[in-house]
Design a protein around this ligand. Structure first.
Ligand SMILES: Nc1nc2c(ncn2[C@@H]2O[C@H](COP(=O)(O)OP(=O)(O)OP(=O)(O)O)[C@@H](O)[C@H]2O)c(=O)[nH]1
Ligand SMILES: [Mg+2]
Length: 228
């Protein structure tokens, strides 16, 4: 019996889109059954119900803890299920679950341990201009810190080998984007990018606000870099 590929969706108040995203997840990838999890943080809407109706398994944090904490839990659940590969993407429809096979292919082939779906190497159907600039600037900083030709430091579509998932440490609860990459690269895991398609969310509400984002991310990156 093949080990599963786990795809988890962090979700907070995404009942308008989560069901559709779950239904589009492939049933299997390269002979591996796909297990779809939704990591819900006590959403105040029908996220958990819509996710369950669509066929996902819902796992929950103890309270609203943040996106970093949600990804930490998703990775732990995938490790517990002995996943051959684990991927995650937003539940808001910005990323295509149909692209899961491309995301995990370098991992299943043994060529990479950590794959980031790059919107800038792929196709961006819609992204606000200020977001585009912000992504470019933060990506340039991350590429420099990681000493890698990273083209999309803030992508919400990523995949890890089972080993990388069990070694990954996300040092703050707020988000994962930069600290997860620095953590895995510094531990020697092999990084790869694949081009993906992206379209800015049409429904629901983003958790990203520039000021709190930078206030949380900048000190966390500093701490990550100074952790032996
Ligand atoms: N479980 C959980 N999920 C969260 C939390 N905050 C955000 N999410 C989910 O994580 C995913 C990414 O958050 P988004 O708000 O879409 O962040 P973003 O993609 O950078 O911002 P947009 O481009 O505006 O969508 C979405 O599916 C959210 O519902 C949280 O505290 N807990
Ligand atoms: Mg999003």
């Amino acid at each position: 019996m093949h080990r599963p590929v786990v795809l988890f969706l962090p979700a907070r108040n995404e009942d308008a889109s989560v069901g559709d995203v779950v239904r589009r997840v492939p049933r299997s990838v390269a002979g591996h059954p796909v297990c779809c999890l939704v990591v819900d943080d006590h959403s105040t809407d029908a996220t958990a119900t819509r996710a369950t109706e669509a066929g996902a398994t819902v796992v929950a944090n103890h309270g609203p803890e943040g996106l970093g904490a949600a990804v930490r839990l998703g990775l732990a659940e995938a490790v517990r299920r002995h996943a051959a590969a684990v991927a995650f993407c937003d539940a808001d429809g910005e990323y295509a679950p149909e692209e899961l096979p491309c995301m995990v292919a370098p991992i299943l082939a043994g060529q990479a341990d950590y794959v980031v779906g790059s919107r800038f190497a792929g196709e961006i159907r819609r992204m606000h201009p200020h977001r585009r600039i912000g992504n470019r600037v933060l990506t340039a900083v991350l590429a420099r810190l990681a000493h890698l030709p990273i083209t999309d430091g803030q992508s919400g579509y990523r995949a890890l080998s089972g080993q990388a998932a069990s070694a990954a440490e996300i040092i703050h609860d707020y988000n994962y984007a930069q600290v997860l990459t620095l953590d895995l690269v510094r531990k020697g895991y092999r990084y790869a990018e694949v081009p993906i398609t992206y379209a800015f969310r049409e429904r629901g509400r983003s958790f990203v606000r520039l000021d709190p984002y930078l206030r949380a991310v900048v000190p966390a990156v500093w701490r990550e870099l100074h952790t032996p």
